[in-house]
Write a protein that binds this ligand. Structure first.
Ligand code: CUA
Length: 309
């Protein structure tokens, strides 16, 4: 992970933004140096000295007035042109908005849908390297903001008003992002992970994610029954079972994700048991209720969920 991710672009779109940032930073630095230098020089050179004559006054000098009107205008026009070019290159303007990926912000997790393959996942989204995906971002509740600094610009997720961004990664790797618009108590724990895979690996990942859950019910009968009997199935979907609700993260292939609860915990069996038993301690305010599970119930449920590869 990079310390200043915005300056370590991992996509052509982020590259353009990083270039713009550097160009403006350097230009402003030069302007600051010139202005500060002029002030310091004037303070030293024209300080009042007892008995010294008054220096020549140049109030109303036409050449100077023209100079300091024209130069700032040129600087602003140059910055405007750079910004307009960066906006065009980093922002989608396709005539037909046919997204490759839809990301929906929820309090406080990310739903990811791949319309072209009907794969659904949460919080960990995979993309193929070297391909520019058109991503539609939307929200299910309040305003969130999708931001993976190494890969591109921020984009607000506004309920009922889809926005679009490009998502691309040049190199395979894991790129971290976070919600960038304050959206409630667990805003800081609304982390997203973008995993860029080589195209062949991505294709097999997305094909697998589109499939129903593996049938592990016979091996984990108790956990599978609890999932349907308790209120889990009222919110979560496990495709291939009778649980089809989409209010909470789709758990069809939960065992393959690296984290739980949008980045709060790494996805291990003991952590999942912990999460099932005390979601409100680990992520206070989240919509996952405490079901008052006994240790035996929690571990049966976790065993079943961790079998969903
Ligand atoms: Cu979602 Cu902040």
């Amino acid at each position: 992970m990079h310390i200043v991710p915005v300056l370590q672009p991992g996509s052509p779109q982020a590259q353009v933004i990083a270039h713009l940032f550097r160009a403006i930073l350097i230009a402003c630095g030069v302007i600051m140096a010139v202005v500060t230098g002029a002030i310091v020089y004037s303070l030293m050179h024209f300080r009042s000295r007892p008995g010294a004559p008054e220096p020549p006054q140049i109030l109303g000098s036409k050449p100077l007035e023209i100079l300091w009107t024209v130069v700032p205008i040129l600087v602003v026009v140059w910055m405007f042109m750079l910004t307009a070019r960066a906006s065009r290159e980093s922002d989608p303007t396709p005539a037909v908005l046919d997204p490759d990926l839809r990301v929906i912000g929820h309090q406080w997790w990310w739903e990811a849908l791949y319309p072209k393959s009907s794969a659904v996942t949460a919080n960990e989204i995979h993309i193929p390297t070297g391909q520019r995906l058109l991503v539609q971002v939307d929200s299910a509740d309040v305003i969130h903001d999708f931001w993976v600094p190494e890969l591109g610009r921020k984009m607000d997720m506004i309920p009922g008003h889809p926005n679009y961004i490009w998502l691309e990664a040049t190199q395979p790797g894991t790129y971290r992002g976070a919600c960038a618009e304050y959206c409630g108590a667990q805003h800081a724990w609304m982390r997203i992970m973008v995993v860029a895979d080589p195209p062949v690996a991505f294709d097999s990942w997305v094909r697998h994610q589109a499939q129903p859950a593996p049938n592990t019910v016979s091996k984990h009968a108790e956990g599978a029954a609890l999932f349907q009997q308790l209120t889990c199935a009222n919110c979560h979907a496990i495709r291939g079972s009778s649980a089809t609700n989409q209010f909470a993260p789709d758990l069809t292939h939960l065992a393959e994700r690296r984290t739980l609860a949008a980045g709060v915990l790494s996805n291990t069996l003991p952590n999942l048991v912990e999460w099932l038993r005390s979601p409100q301690t680990l992520k206070p305010g989240c919509l996952m209720p405490n079901l008052q599970l006994t240790p035996t119930q929690a571990s049966a449920l976790a065993d079943y969920l961790e079998s969903l590869k």
